[in-house]
Ligand binder design. Sequence first.
Ligand code: PLP
Length: 375
Amino acid sequence: MKKDKLLFTPGPLTTSATVKEAMLRDLGSRDFEFIQTVQFVREKLLAVGEVSKSEGYEAVIMQGSGTFGIESVISSVIPASGHLLIVVNGVYGERISTMAKVHGIQQTKLMFDENEVPDVSKIEAAIDADKSITHLAVIHCETTTGIINPIEAIGDLCSAKGICYIVDAMSSFGAVPLNVKKTKIDFLISSSNKCIEGVPGFSFIIARKESLLTCEGQARSLSLDLFAQWKGLEADGQFRFTPPTHSLLAFAQALRELEEEGSVIGRAQRYKSNFETLLRGMKALGFKEYLEEEKRGYIITCFHYPEHPNFDFKKFYEFLNEKGFVIYPGKLSRVNCFRIGNIGRITTTDVQQLLEAIRVTLAEMGILLVVEGRV
Ligand SMILES: *Cc1c(COP(=O)(O)O)cnc(C)c1O
């Protein structure tokens, strides 16, 4: 079999051979082994979030990609009389706003620039200015730029103000240490194909049980009803509708491999090394990072297009693709950038190979960048 290209993207990501192999089974959705797998996955997810059932937390699996999990929360958790404050500094924050609009949920958008860490005092002022706000949603790692938002400080604020706290931790969960209880999160959402290194197929929600119990009967969708999904899983360990059996088998294996790597701390180390190798190498090639140093996370890195008349992103992308490396376009509103992910089953050796491919590609495009302090 031909070797797959390496994915330096925000997902789906490169996965291990053993994760892919775990899918070579056909399990019935009512099979005892499958139900045990679901149970295993739900327990391990709580452990990754550093909480447990006995502490009052529940893990719910929802079919579909990450967006389906967020939409499940947004459309199930906020009552008809609720008011959602959305902290936006990128496209994923915007997406939550679009969801709220579709479901007719009252919302206030608090906008920050894409290269700006949301100012918690401004969030506090927005909450104080409108007593009808009941819920707040924010993105942990805004994958648009890779910026890390201050979810702990926002959690303290929500807790002090009695506001239900929703965190999209899609691209950080499993790779950035996070304690759901200490961060005072009511609903956290992530998915199978990001930092836990499974394959696409489902999202999952870690919910504070007390908050989850308030959601009965208020969902605006049948298939995305978070409370009903949880009830179903609790009743007999089964899904209400066809479960993604193969992706769950892969995910159970991915969770074992996460543990073998030293759990979240171990994974964070590998991703940080990938990030540092990438940044050093890209700088040496003359590229500039979009975010200022103190705002950068190690999940995904956003680079400016080089200022060279020969640079054409589409060509750059295609040339790298032909060499077996998949990078990702930018999604910024005003600045031309592209992104390189540091996540998935990739190592610093893979990053070095990518850097070499970028060097060759630049030469092929007739681009010689001037590196600061060096010509
Ligand atoms: C990947 C991602 C999502 C979900 O995307 P899907 O394509 O639906 O899986 C949502 N939020 C963030 C921050 C993400 O990185």
